[in-house]
Design a binder for this molecule. Structure first.
Ligand code: GLC
Length: 737
């Protein structure tokens, strides 16, 4: 029996069994009401605690007695535990030892793949390919579900505009519109059509909210911003996840304007529950209730527990605050019983939706586990996603693509690197299974690949440089694999200086001085400040951390088997001094003017970044016709059509991402110079042209004004189209009442 027959068989069997069992289970509300009525306060509080297993600890504390806690009915969910066998073992403790036999929820950080690791989320976002991104989440969810997991703490939808912040690697970059589309795609990928299906898992929109705006890019730091910026820039991706049906939310570590997110009823009640009518489950981040004491918002953990529970937090991740204080807070009237009942209702509803009350062991199936994890199809999907995530930043004199008869010296600490390829938050990924660039290139061009490490990733040893120079001298072209180590991004990994770590810059300069063509392959989890590389390298490929199939995907692009199509979703600053620098900034009252001293500028740097949002090159050339608007005046409720023709003027087939930006020239609040509002991906053969049409409607012109009213304001707008945010053609039109 092959995998497809097996899956079909399982599905039919499950549908038949569901048919029978569903007939027995009452409706969700009835079931939950009946169960809630039987539960003691202790049992209710028990559901509101989430603890990590000791398999993979992702935060500062571990409660070793978690199994005893489960047996005592003090645990509603466990995270960082997986495999069909182990989840079955833990589930048995809960189901066979507790009075009401309520099944556990198993959660894990399945961020960019489970065992088959996909590119890090920031890399995937550079594909701008929503279907591929959704499929990546679907594959991750399927593998996670096959290993006993019900719930992932993903997608991370924090808009991030400060590359010093290590967690920029986990999101979808700087843009609100694209970040919203990608967040929704990931939710759909993880959750599929139904959470009852044994190959889907519940998603979790995190970190609510505005965690990416940590001051100075320092993780966990203060977040303080205007309410208008919160509404226009940081909240929409979360709302997009709500609209996509996300099953849960996670509160963030940061305070927002003085109130920690984990007890911020403005976020958790006014916005999430009242405005957005969200009825999913809300979990904290790792001990973030306890940390409100350090924030200076709670005098002790008891008060923190009261503040979190009354603000609407349903589940306490790892803090044991609810476990230790919630019953007495209710008994003493500090927390209303109704708040507890609502929290437990949200938790039980998720367990019901996952089908755990029908069969607590349905995800812990060792046979299915073997069929699905690391399948060939999944590896191929990971390679496809990895190719599409690569951004060609420079290609002087067509140094790329390489020819297989060229003698290539692969040099640098990432040439044969395996661990970094799967990046941070690599879940159950086994880095020993990742394929390094060296192996993939040797397979592609046997006998034509020389290799030397050149230096370590992040120390000051120069001992390997000489032998690297020797190796380079015998080659026609050098591929220099450089970057930052995987643990220099992700959580608690902010950097104040964004150059290449260690002595990699020296290695580059000495190799480059040999006068041979130098192709830089970058592996990193954030934008780096690399003006020297940009100046002196012949070609630069931004490959991020591409996952299990990184080596083959990079080789596919190096040798032209795939024409790079990635476009940056995060701006590359020239230096840290420019930060924050992003494409949708304001014009100011004194926009830069080279002929006027008193205008907004630096004395020692241009205002423009090194590489702008939306930027990326191809091995072919695309030309744009003049865009045409069907009319220059638009009444409310009407649409404008913008058409233009894209031509592949080069010799290779390729994919272009045509981007459409809008500017509101005069607003009741000042508006950004441009904002991405649509894009279309166009695949063209050499010489082929395609006319495309964008529709512009009022929703694309709308924003939250100073009084937080959402809508479009009449007046003039510029619509801009082009290959990236800095290279656009513009047409003016007017919105009229
Ligand atoms: C971490 C992260 C969060 C993750 C959680 C569980 O501290 O902030 O993103 O989901 O703990 O591992």
């Amino acid at each position: 029996m092959n995998r497809i027959q097996y899956t079909l068989g399982c599905t039919l069997l499950l549908m038949w069994s569901w048919g029978n069992v569903m007939a027995q289970l009452p409706s969700k509300d009835q079931f939950i009401n009946d169960l809630l009525a039987k539960m003691t306060l202790e049992e209710k509080v028990g559901q509101m605690s989430l603890f990590t297993s000791d398999w993979d600890v992702t935060g500062p504390s571990l409660r070793p007695q978690y199994k005893e806690d489960i047996k005592a009915g003090k645990v509603g969910a466990v995270f960082n535990a997986y495999t069909a066998k182990y989840t079955r073992e833990l589930q048995q403790i809960a189901v066979e030892n507790t009075r009401l036999k309520i099944p556990l929820l198993f959660g894990y950080d399945v961020i960019h793949g489970h065992q088959t690791i996909f590119p890090i989320s920031l890399a995937e976002s550079c594909s701008w390919d929503l279907a591929e991104i959704e499929n990546g989440a679907r594959v991750a969810g399927e593998e996670a579900a096959a290993q006993g997991l019900h719930w992932t703490f993903a997608p991370m939808v924090d808009i991030a505009r400060d590359p010093r912040w290590g967690r920029i690697s986990e999101g979808a970059g700087e843009d609100t519109y694209l970040g919203s589309l990608i967040g929704a795609a990931r939710v759909k990928g993880f959750q599929g059509e139904s959470l009852k299906s044994p190959n889907t898992i519940a998603a979790c929109a995190k970190h609510f909210a505005a965690y990416g705006a940590a001051q100075a890019g320092r993780d966990y730091h203060t977040v303080d911003m205007s309410i208008q910026t919160l509404y226009n820039t940081y909240l929409p991706p979360f709302k997009a996840c709500v609209d996509a049906g996300v099953a849960s939310f996670m509160t963030s570590f940061n305070e927002l304007n003085g109130i920690p997110a984990t007890a911020n009823s403005f976020l958790l009640k006014d916005i999430l529950r009242k405005d957005w009518k969200y009825n999913g489950m809300v979990v904290t981040d790792y001990t973030s209730i306890n940390e409100m004491v350090a924030h200076g918002f709670s005098k002790d953990e008891r008060q923190a527990g009261m503040q979190a529970a009354t603000a609407g937090v349903d589940m306490d991740m790892q803090g044991a605050v609810y476990m230790n204080h919630l019953k007495s807070l209710v008994d003493k009237g500090n927390v209303p019983q109704a708040a507890i009942d609502q929290a437990v209702r949200n938790i039980l509803a998720l367990k019901y939706d996952l089908g755990l009350f029908e069969d607590p062991y349905r995800y812990s199936d060792e046979k299915r586990e073997k069929m699905i994890v690391l399948s060939q199809a999944n590896l191929e999907a990971a390679r496809r996603m990895a190719r599409k995530s690569i951004v060609l930043l420079k290609n002087k004199n067509n140094a790329l693509p390489l020819r297989s008869n060229q003698k290539v010296a692969l040099i640098g600490p990432f040439g044969n690197e395996k661990r970094s390829l799967i990046g941070s938050w690599s879940a159950a990924g086994d880095w020993t299974k990742s394929i390094p660039v060296l192996a993939a290139m040797q397979e592609k061009a046997p006998n034509n690949i020389l290799y030397a490490k050149g230096c370590n990733i992040n120390d000051d040893s120069l001992q390997y440089i000489e032998s690297a120079l020797q190796t380079a001298r015998s080659a026609d072209v050098v591929v220099l694999a450089l970057g930052e180590n995987w643990d220099m991004t992700g959580e608690a990994a902010s950097r104040s200086s964004l150059g290449l770590p260690g002595v990699q810059q020296q290695l580059f300069e000495q190799i480059q001085a040999l006068g041979k063509p130098v192709v830089v392959v970058l592996m990193n989890g954030r934008p780096l400040c690399i003006p020297e590389l940009d100046q002196k390298a012949d070609a630069i490929l931004e490959t991020w951390y591409l996952g299990t199939m990184a080596g083959p995907a990079i080789t596919d692009v190096l040798y032209g088997d795939y024409n790079p199509s990635g476009r940056l979703t995060t701006t590359f600053p020239r230096s840290e001094g420019q930060i924050p620098v992003h494409y949708d900034m304001k014009n100011t009252g004194r926009p830069f003017d080279a002929n006027n001293k008193y205008t907004s500028k630096y004395l020692d740097s241009p205002n423009e970044p090194l590489y702008p949002f939306g930027y990326g090159l191809s091995y072919t050339d695309f030309t744009y016709s003049k865009p045409f608007l069907n009319k220059k005046k638009m009444k409310r409720g009407e649409k404008l059509n913008l058409t233009l023709t894209i031509t592949n003027a080069g010799k290779r087939a390729g994919e272009e991402t045509v981007q459409l930006y809008l500017r509101d020239l005069v607003g009741s609040s000042t508006r950004p110079l441009k904002q991405l509002k649509a894009y279309q991906k166009v695949n063209l053969q050499p010489g082929e042209s395609k006319t495309i049409t964008f529709f512009i409607d009022e929703s694309m012109l709308s924003f939250f004004n100073y009084d937080l009213q959402y809508g479009a304001e009449t007046g003039e707008f510029d619509v801009m189209v082009g290959p990236n945010s800095s290279n656009v053609q513009s047409i003016r039109f007017e919105l009229q009442d």
